[in-house]
Design a protein around this ligand. Structure first.
Ligand SMILES: *Cc1c(COP(=O)(O)O)cnc(C)c1O
Length: 212
């Protein structure tokens, strides 16, 4: 079933994608090692996790498989060390303090940690991320970091307005030509995100089924 779902998602991606490379991230929060293993067997190797403790157990259990792990959940500052030590990408850097800590704590032998700045694209009080008006100022601070590399942006738009939000993100990307990664689009709005230049889509339920 996981294999069939992955095939369906990939054909949805291929039916809208133009020039950019789109990478499917299977969001595996709350899923077991054996569910992840089924996805690996079907050729999936990028996984997204939200909760640090459960993710560490899974990363450890699957450490010989060559998987790419993305941290996509809210980050408290006391969690940055383990994130810096165990993940390949962090999508949810939502304030400078977190970037500073990740930069200090990233083990040098692992190479640079790829990070995305989370943008609160609809200016919602319930969501984290920098405001659109703050992006330029925050991005400029990243040039001093040696152990993390800012690759682009991530957003979780309000579902009622996501096409407009994706289009605004696309415009923001054109103002930052040195960045190459845009993480946006979930099961319901993936096509619209890809049309607006998403390079990572994050899909959980449509791959693994409803979370219980
Ligand atoms: C859970 C989650 C997803 C995937 O959501 P589904 O509804 O399971 O597809 C994507 N992005 C983030 C940030 C999430 O927390």
């Amino acid at each position: 079933m996981i294999k069939d779902n992955l095939e369906k998602i990939k054909s949805r991606i291929n039916s809208v994608v133009h020039c950019q490379q789109v990478t499917l991230i299977a969001v595996s929060k709350t899923r077991s090692v054996s569910e992840i293993q089924s996805a690996v067997d079907a050729g999936q190797y990028n996984f997204g996790e939200n909760y640090l403790q459960e993710s560490l157990d899974k990363i450890e259990a699957l450490k010989d498989k060559g998987l790419v792990w993305h941290f996509i959940g809210p980050i408290q500052s006391n969690k940055t060390l383990k994130i810096a030590e165990n993940f390949d990408w962090v999508h949810s850097v939502d304030r400078l303090k977190i970037a500073i800590r990740l930069n200090e704590q990233r083990p040098q032998n692992l190479g640079q940690l790829n990070v995305l700045l989370q943008v609160n694209i609809d200016n919602e009080s319930t969501k984290s991320g920098v405001l659109v008006s703050e992006i330029g100022q925050v991005v400029s601070q990243f040039s001093s970091f040696e152990n993390i590399c800012l690759r682009g942006f991530m957003c979780i738009p309000n579902p009622n307005n996501s096409a407009n939000s994706f289009s605004l993100m696309s415009k923001i990307m054109t103002e930052h030509r040195n960045l190459d990664t845009l993480s946006m689009g979930m099961s319901a709005d993936m096509e619209s995100a890809i049309n607006n230049g998403a390079t990572f889509v994050r899909i959980g339920t449509d791959i693994f089924g409803e979370r219980v």
